[in-house]
Design a protein around this ligand. Structure first.
Ligand code: CDP
Length: 246
């Protein structure tokens, strides 16, 4: 595949400068697990922006008189979301309760794209992400991190993978075993529909490095990103990743 050549300008001269790595891409491309692993390898924090959209959606679905299609209701429910700092990552709580399972469940997944299209909700999530990132080196994953949230991120990655492979991985994650072709086909259909619902907010930045993970192991994709960050930190002026042998 022809990869666009990003303008590669090393910008990190002071080793104390917090580094921002943005990882964007479509659903189930492996953004969150890759971001978590890269953050662990580098000793950075991981921020999952999609989890904030999911937490706001879970909060509004729980509120008895609130409607998930009403922006004011979602924003009011979002006030009940908080973040607990846990081992260089953030666990999201609704009314102080960890709702991880509910947030990843079918009902939230069904409503989240619509909630994520509300401008006020996007402002709320972006504000939360920027606040959590303040003063620390972070790996942030989402759809528009490199374009809207951190347009000056030091490194931007756009992760893609073939829809069938994304569906297969998502099912293994959910079921804990290898799925059959029929189940993969149905999940592919759901993912393609969500891609369409998310298309306006999923934007590849011009200066992002595109990584197609269809034929990569998770370890390989993590290694590539870690290697790119190491080049940035080394500040080899004028050295592009390909010249550095990456
Ligand atoms: O993990 P998966 O890719 O399935 O989704 P997610 O990262 O948990 O994000 C859930 C939803 O939030 C997505 O389907 C998008 O609608 C929305 N989202 C967004 O609009 N912008 C982001 N930066 C992150 C997520």
């Amino acid at each position: 595949m022809n990869q666009p050549t990003p303008p590669y300008v090393p910008r990190i001269r002071d080793p104390a400068t917090p580094i921002i790595v943005a990882i964007d891409g479509p659903a189930a491309a492996g953004k969150s697990s890759t971001a978590r692993w890269v953050a662990e390898r580098l000793g950075f924090y991981h921020i999952d922006s999609g989890a904030l959209y999911r937490a706001a959606t879970a909060a509004v679905l729980r509120a008895r008189s609130a409607q998930p299609w009403d922006e004011a209701d979602v924003l009011s429910a979002a006030q009940r979301v908080s973040a607990r700092d846990e081992r260089r990552s953030f666990v999201l709580l609704v009314d102080g309760v960890d709702l991880e399972q509910e947030m990843r469940g079918g009902l939230v997944t069904q409503h989240v794209s619509r909630v994520a299209q509300m401008p006020g909700v996007r402002d709320w999530v972006n504000g939360q992400v920027r606040a959590l990132a303040t003063g620390r080196s972070v790996v942030v994953d989402g759809r528009d991190i490199g374009t809207v949230v951190f347009p000056d991120a030091h490194l931007k990655i756009f992760l893609i993978a073939d829809p069938w492979e994304r569906a297969r991985r998502r099912l293994i994650q959910r079921l804990g075993r290898a799925p059959g072709d029929q189940a993969i086909a149905e999940e592919t259909e759901r993912l393609v529909q969500r891609d369409a619902r998310d298309s306006t907010q999923t934007v590849q930045s011009k200066d992002a490095v595109l990584i197609d993970t269809t034929y990569l192991t998770q370890e390989e994709q993590v290694e590539r990103i870690v290697a790119l960050v190491k080049v940035l930190k080394a500040d080899k002026s004028g050295t592009r990743p390909d010249e550095a042998g990456l």
